[in-house]
Design a protein around this ligand. Structure first.
Ligand SMILES: [Zn+2]
Length: 241
């Protein structure tokens, strides 16, 4: 009679859990990278919105400066009106004054445009600040969840590996070796047979093999998928029953 069939199934259960945990654990760095990328994108969005507002405010200051210059020029030209001696000089002065008024009007229009741009930039910045605050708190929660999962996986993997070390010696050497080989390619690698059919690949078990499974004196594997076949009746009843 093969030794350790029950332990073999227990080992398989432990290994299934280990595979799932390890897959989860291996996915954590990728998750952390996605969080970091999102955090950087948030910072960039915020910086761009602040820069847009600064640019709009800078444009405003420039337009105001230009307006003041033209207003000062117009004032100066106006004060010269009564000092000109010739008609030509007067005509030239009037033309200069007209040009200054035109420039003033243009700058005033620009200032209005800049005011609109500033208002829009402030609105956008407020929206982005809100979005960034929400995203940052979500990312922080995700980061904490990953840290917790990391710890949990590490702890569980260690516990299961210890359990594995405990269970493995109960399985006879050849059976264990066969299991390890099959498990590398196929999971589950041990099939609890209930009918004359492999539960892994659904292919029928030849009568002679089925008899051997019932005897459980040698390792029987599926001719199609190589999984180890065990009959449910050959398992030891759970301890205490
Ligand atoms: Zn099979």
């Amino acid at each position: 009679m093969l030794q350790g069939l029950t332990q073999l199934l227990e080992l398989q259960r432990v290994d299934d859990e280990l595979v799932a945990l390890q897959t989860d654990y291996d996915g954590l760095p990728g998750h952390r990278e996605r969080i970091e990328a999102e955090r950087i994108a948030c910072d960039e969005q915020l910086a761009a919105a602040k820069q847009a507002l600064q640019a709009a405010e800078g444009g405003m200051r420039q337009a105001e400066g230009a307006l003041q210059d033209r207003e000062a020029l117009l004032q100066k030209l106006e004060s010269q009106q009564f000092q000109v001696k010739s008609n030509d000089a007067y005509t030239a002065l009037l033309r200069e004054m007209d040009q200054a008024r035109e420039a003033i009007s243009e700058h005033e229009t620009k200032i209005l445009e800049h005011m609109d741009a500033i208002e829009q930039a402030r609105g956008q910045l407020a929206e982005i600040e809100k979005h960034v605050a929400e995203t940052r708190s979500r990312l922080e929660a995700e980061r904490r969840a990953i840290d917790a999962r990391d710890e949990e996986c590490t702890r569980e993997i260690a516990r299961l590996q210890a359990l594995r070390t405990e269970v493995s010696p109960g399985v006879e050497r050849e059976l264990l070796a066969r299991y390890e080989r099959v498990a590398k390619r196929r999971r589950p690698s041990v099939i609890l047979v209930k009918e004359e059919r492999c539960g892994g690949c659904r292919v029928g078990i030849p009568p002679q093999s089925f008899i051997e499974i019932l005897r459980a004196e040698s390792i029987v594997t599926c001719g199609n998928c190589s999984r180890i076949l065990i009959h449910a009746d050959k398992l030891e009843p759970p301890a205490g029953s």
